[in-house]
Design a protein around this ligand. Structure first.
Ligand code: ADP
Length: 267
């Protein structure tokens, strides 16, 4: 689709002519639609927990407050919902900073096996509680360091490993593997034996707020933004990210990070 603008030069009648500006507005329209959808999604995502908060607060006011056991349960729900709303707003602010190109990365050489060990330790308690085994797998030889912002890559791993656990059942395994790809990249794979994702959902899974099962994601504290944030961070590192999944079998998310190249000494 094109917009068509005619500009007439009135001031200098003698040399008057017509300047036609042809502009493809298809992309503009698509961006505008995306923006509108995003605002609608954000409003909906904030209104849902607010509705929950209101109904629980009303119930407390109408008498539940006199039942200490039930009150405690209601307060737990209220706290979980406010935590999720805080996470949602934090995620949104982070995405908006990224959209404005403000990454503020501090790139350093990062040792991948060490980083993965640190991250996996943070999940030790959850892993025991949910009876999901976390397994690390590295090649016997040393991996080269990658060029990365440590905190941001920790966030990517947090998002991916918590997804792997969120969408898996008890007595399953989550495997985290690292290997070299050529000489320029290191690849990290997070594989689970969980519920998987149907092929038709897979193509849209990195979109903001796209969730296969909204109710399940919400009840697990999800915001629907984890994968899109992970993707944005990895791409801004010069890496790639992909997802592969088999329904009812499991999911694998793989991402690459560039190897840290020592600055060549020119002298
Ligand atoms: P959420 O906060 O909902 O987990 P994400 O952006 O992290 O949001 O993931 C988007 C959706 O992708 C999830 O709601 C879930 O439906 C699906 N998903 C992500 N990771 C997995 C996984 N490892 N196994 C199955 N489904 C997954």
């Amino acid at each position: 689709r094109f917009s068509f603008t005619v500009l007439k030069n009135r001031a200098e009648q003698k040399h008057a002519g017509i300047i036609a500006v042809l502009q493809d507005v298809t992309e503009q329209k698509a961006l505008e639609r995306e923006r509108q959808e995003f605002v609608a999604n954000v409003s909906h995502e904030l209104r849902t927990p607010l509705t929950t908060l209101k109904s629980y607060l009303e119930a407390l006011e109408e008498g539940v407050v006199d039942d200490p056991e039930l009150s405690r349960r209601f307060l737990r729900v209220l706290l979980n919902e406010t935590d999720r709303m805080t996470r949602l707003v934090t995620d949104l602010l982070q995405l908006s900073r990224y959209d404005a190109g403000q990454y503020n990365f501090d790139f350093q050489p990062v040792n991948v096996p060490e980083l993965l060990q640190d991250v996996v330790e943070r999940f030790a308690l959850q892993s025991r509680q949910e009876n999901i085994e976390l397994q690390l797998d590295f090649p016997a030889h040393d991996l080269p360091p990658v060029k990365a912002d440590r905190d941001n890559i920790i966030q990517v791993l947090d998002n991916l490993i918590s997804n792997a656990m969120k969408y898996s059942n008890e007595n399953t395994k989550v495997m985290i593997q690292a290997c070299e790809v050529g000489e320029k990249y290191v690849r990290i794979d997070i594989m689970d034996e969980g519920m998987g994702i149907r092929k038709r959902d897979l193509t849209r899974i990195f979109e903001r707020f796209y969730r296969v099962d909204k109710a399940r994601s919400r009840s697990m504290g999800g915001t629907g933004l984890g994968l899109s944030i992970a993707r944005q961070i990895v791409l801004a590192h010069g890496g790639t990210i992909e997802i592969d999944s088999e329904w009812q079998k499991g999911t694998r998310v793989s991402f690459t990070l560039p190897v840290y190249e020592e600055m060549k000494n020119e002298s």
